[in-house]
Design a protein around this ligand. Structure first.
Ligand code: ZN
Length: 348
């Protein structure tokens, strides 16, 4: 089964790793959760590739969350010059992988590009930024990134920035944790609509979510989030938010991070893949069969041990089949629903 994935952080992993990052990705290696050989093995034919600028002061992603309840304090945003340099460096990794790939890794800017890559057995990555710390208030950098192929962005990662306030990593917690978008953030959403860039709702708090629901004329998309009714993390979506996503013909990409899957909220990788299917079934019930996709968070999160890496995706498909998901529904969740919502957002 071929799949398209809504979120991964492999560019961040490679950037931190250094060395010959193109070779590491193209030839594969025994670390991380995503590279080209393992993507092929798992049937992942493309996805949104995030650029994420880590905070300068501390490691954002290594918080111990095995104890609950938890509330991880948020760092201040990185400065513009730092964020722009890191963004250029990760974008360069992305394009150098493409350059060295002999056509196997083909940056996509449209649904036609993704389908063409899939048909020829190539991988179709789409450039995304998770948090807009690299954007200036006039959004000039957005023009440049868009020209370079950027087709999706999240206004905020969980920490606050000049565009808005993200949702903290907190369990148990409602996503209604503070102020939403700033005026600049609202201008950013309007500009994204004009440019037909996808606006990602994952990592926004509830006020920010409703700000975008009110402003945006595109389908509402949360690229890597789960159902709050099953796992009461502040990062997950309430039934009311899901109803708004359905109303807009939007989509939720199911996130494999154990902290956003497990009903107990604990950061423990020993868990059944059935819990991912529980979230899928719940989301299909709330959003309809056209509103659910994949949003792995590969290389950005601790994921269930039985999945392990992208090469483990057939295990997840098997769990969907065991739950009596029919082949047409599996095909929609794995691939076609992302194509539908991207077509609606980007145009033909
Ligand atoms: Zn994320």
């Amino acid at each position: 089964m071929h799949s398209f994935d809504g979120h991964n952080d492999v560019l961040l992993r490679l950037w931190k790793q250094g060395g010959d990052t193109a070779a590491a990705f193209l030839d594969g290696e025994d670390r991380g959760q995503l590279d080209l050989p393992r993507a092929r093995k798992g049937g992942m034919v493309g996805g949104l590739y995030a650029i994420f600028v880590p905070s300068v002061t501390r490691n954002d992603r290594s918080e111990p969350m095995s104890e609950v309840p938890y509330d991880v304090p948020l760092p201040p945003p990185p400065e513009l010059t730092h964020a722009q340099r890191a963004t250029l460096e990760m974008a360069s990794i992305f394009f150098r992988i493409a350059e060295r790939s002999e056509g196997r890794f083909r940056p996509a800017r449209s649904v036609a590009d993704i389908r063409a890559a899939k048909a020829s057995g190539a991988h179709a990555p789409v450039l995304h930024i998770e948090g807009c710390e690299a954007l200036d208030p006039d959004l000039k950098m957005l023009d440049v990134l868009h020209a370079a192929g950027l087709r999706s962005l999240g206004p905020v990662w969980s920490r606050p920035n000049m565009f808005g306030h993200g949702v903290p990593f907190r369990f148990p917690s409602s996503p209604d944790t503070g102020d939403g978008l700033t005026d600049l953030g609202k201008a950013l959403i309007r500009r994204c609509n004009e440019m037909r860039v996808l606006v990602d709702l994952s990592h926004l708090n509830e006020k920010g979510f409703w700000d975008i629901a009110k402003i945006s004329d595109a389908p509402l998309v949360a690229s890597h989030s789960n159902a709050h009714a099953i796992c009461a993390s502040a990062r997950n979506l309430t039934d009311k938010q899901l109803a708004a996503i359905r109303e807009s013909s939007g989509l939720v990409g199911v996130n494999y991070a154990v902290s956003f899957l497990r009903p107990d909220g604990k950061r423990i990788a020993e868990m059944p893949l059935d819990t991912i299917v529980d979230h899928m079934a719940y989301l299909v019930d709330k959003l309809g069969e056209d509103g659910v996709g994949l949003g792995s968070d590969f290389d950005g999160a601790l994921i269930p041990k039985t999945l392990g890496t992208v090469a483990g995706l057939p295990e997840l498909i098997a769990a969907m089949r065991a739950r009596q998901f029919g082949e047409p529904l599996i095909e929609k969740i794995c691939f076609e629903n992302w194509m539908r919502v991207l077509t609606r957002t980007w145009g033909e």
